[in-house]
Design a protein around this ligand. Structure first.
Ligand code: ZN
Length: 308
């Protein structure tokens, strides 16, 4: 079962406040396949969603919708009787012949009813991608004005959905993990909310570990580069003269480096008696570098003179 289907299953199993039933039913119907005088219906893959649609209509209006199942396993739930449709539409303050459907806020009795409404909308037209793959929640409706009204309701939760026009309709989507969690929590999908929070925490931790690893390997690369440069300078001094050019302390350090090619500066420092700090070792390598540079310059001068 997909993450989205699990959320819907959880939402369908909740115990509902009486005031919220109408708001949830309104969300389900308004954002279903059709909500007009000619047709009131929902098309869904989930049997829980189909039975919720049927159950709420029965409970609120004493009307029994028709349920059918396609060979592909999809459920269609519809109110088949025209006078039943007219009654349901008028109960929600609609005529059924509106050119542009809008959300009728009079259907929300209390604050809690807004979350029930969004729950109904989500069950009808929403989905959430598995958070292990991506953070994405989306609502799609073929009605442009409905999408705009829903956007305003979501924005009232301090969440800003993005809009996009798809083949299948007008879409609102959110890609921020925390906001998706907020919506799951707001709709009452507590188990899915906690599940997603765990996944996000694990992902964040892995990202942190990766960042730390990259940081450390970059440091390591820098150390290796610096060591190679020191060894090259020492080789230059040996090639163009000898380590006798160096003061005792520098010659000792040069030998230490040749014997410990991978050691960090601090490690080399510890091999001195008394030990030297990392910075002190670094300063001595600077001196070795300056001497190697002088020797190379002298070599260039000699080659130029010989060439004349
Ligand atoms: Zn309520």
């Amino acid at each position: 079962m997909s993450f989205s289907e699990n959320i819907k299953k959880e939402l369908c199993s909740l115990i509902r406040e009486p005031c919220c039933m109408k708001a949830e039913c309104y969300g389900l119907l308004l954002f279903g396949r059709a909500f007009s005088f000619n047709e009131i219906s929902i098309l869904t893959q989930s049997s829980e969603s189909a039975h919720l649609y049927e159950g709420l209509i029965k409970e609120l209006f004493s009307i029994t919708p028709d349920i059918s199942r396609s060979r592909a396993g999809k459920f269609t739930v519809s109110v088949t009787n025209p006078s039943d449709r007219r009654f349901i539409l008028s109960e929600f303050g609609h005529t059924g012949s509106e050119i542009a459907l809008r959300i009728n806020y009079a259907n929300f009795e209390n604050e809690c009813c807004i979350s029930a409404f969004i729950r109904g909308v989500f069950i009808s037209c929403g989905f959430v991608t598995n958070p292990e793959k991506d953070y994405h929640i989306e609502f799609i409706t073929p009605k442009q004005k409905l999408a705009l009204d829903l956007k305003r309701i979501i924005e009232d939760l301090s969440i800003t959905p993005k809009q996009i026009r798809r083949k299948s309709g007008y879409s609102l989507y959110i890609k921020d993990g925390e906001s998706i969690e907020d919506i799951l929590g707001f709709m009452g999908a507590t188990t899915s909310f906690l599940h997603m929070m765990n996944i996000r925490a694990t992902k964040d931790m892995l990202n942190k570990i990766n960042r730390q690893y990259n940081f450390e390997s970059a440091n390591l690369n820098r150390t290796i580069e610096a060591n190679m440069k020191q060894i090259k300078n020492i080789d230059t001094i040996i090639r163009l003269g000898s380590l006798d050019y160096l003061e005792d302390e520098l010659a000792f350090l040069a030998n230490l480096r040749l014997e410990n090619k991978e050691a960090a500066l601090a490690e080399l420092g510890e091999m001195f008696n008394p030990p030297l700090s990392r910075c002190a070792v670094g300063r001595r390598f600077k001196k070795i570098e300056a001497i190697a540079d002088e020797l190379k310059k002298a070599e260039n001068r000699n080659e130029n003179n010989n060439g004349k």
